[in-house]
Design a protein around this ligand. Sequence first.
Ligand code: 5GP
Ligand code: MN
Length: 340
Amino acid sequence: MISLDKILEGVRSVGICGHVKPDGDAFGSCMGLYLFLKTYYASVQAKVYLEDNYSESFQFVACSDEIIHDYPVQDPHDLFFVLDCSDPMRLGNALQYFHAAARTVVIDHHISNQGFGMINEIQPDASSTSELITLMIGRERITRQIAEPLYMGIAHDTGVFQYSCTSSRTMMTGGWLIDTGIDFSRICDETFFLKSYHQNQILGRALTESILMMDGKLIFAAIRRKDMDFYQVQPKDLDGIVQQLRITRGVECAVFLYETGPGEFKVSLRSNGSVNVAGIAVYFQGGGHVRAAGCTMCGSVHDVVNNIAAQVEKQLEKKKNPDPEEAKSTEKTDSCGTEY
Ligand code: 5GP
Ligand code: MN
């Protein structure tokens, strides 16, 4: 594992960035690292850049009012950290800083990450980028302030220590963070479980209108722009719908779409293990993990769903009649046990 102290040697200015539409792990890992630098590398000028379309519930994190949302033109950073971001296109406007920086470090757990930094720490087996940052900082240096966003990041990407990406190492790092005295149950309640009335209403709407396909192996739901306007919700309020679809009995793969523009949809994919949704997302120019992935697709809802269903069917067929050579490599992926 890379040593933070080593890569920070002689560095005067640091930029930190996560993926667009920051989720709990992108936000948590960036803020964990930022608070670490503020605490132990006070002479380094650190800046954290994140789009502002994250959940308001994340704002309990210390110094979150210092996050830069408007990406001004400025001097290149000596060192630029990209966290929880599987490819440079998901950096949004922060891409300019990445290109300008003298050195770049990519820390991530997405299986589709090819390692696009000068220094890379990509561990697809890790539950979350926050788990990796926790390990890099080390138990002794984690303060309560640093622990709060990191715990949030791990909890979000593991579905509160439930998904198959949860390992004994995840529990160990979670334990380190708990030992700092954080109010962990409140963090989970307020940033993960709690939903607004409108969020619950649109979840209900998506579930009511969901459709089973392929003998109940695939479920999909779609939310239109006009529905989002009607319920007064933003894309960030739709998190969790695909998870609820996934836990329908008999379902192998859940697909949730929301309209981002005329004939354009953001697609979220979840699998219960038999289908590698990262493969499907990458096929459609997206990415993610074996059990949770996403992409953007164009066409009608039915075009999008049918195109995805064809890929799901292909994988399930292959599973039934495996090609002996490919079966070997699939076994390898399955046995690593951390597919989310
Ligand atoms: P979600 O469905 O929650 O938006 O995303 C699930 C996972 O897939 C996340 O790890 C996310 O980073 C990844 N992901 C979602 N959409 C895209 C995309 O368009 N491109 C890439 N590369 N990854 C995505
Ligand atoms: Mn993550």
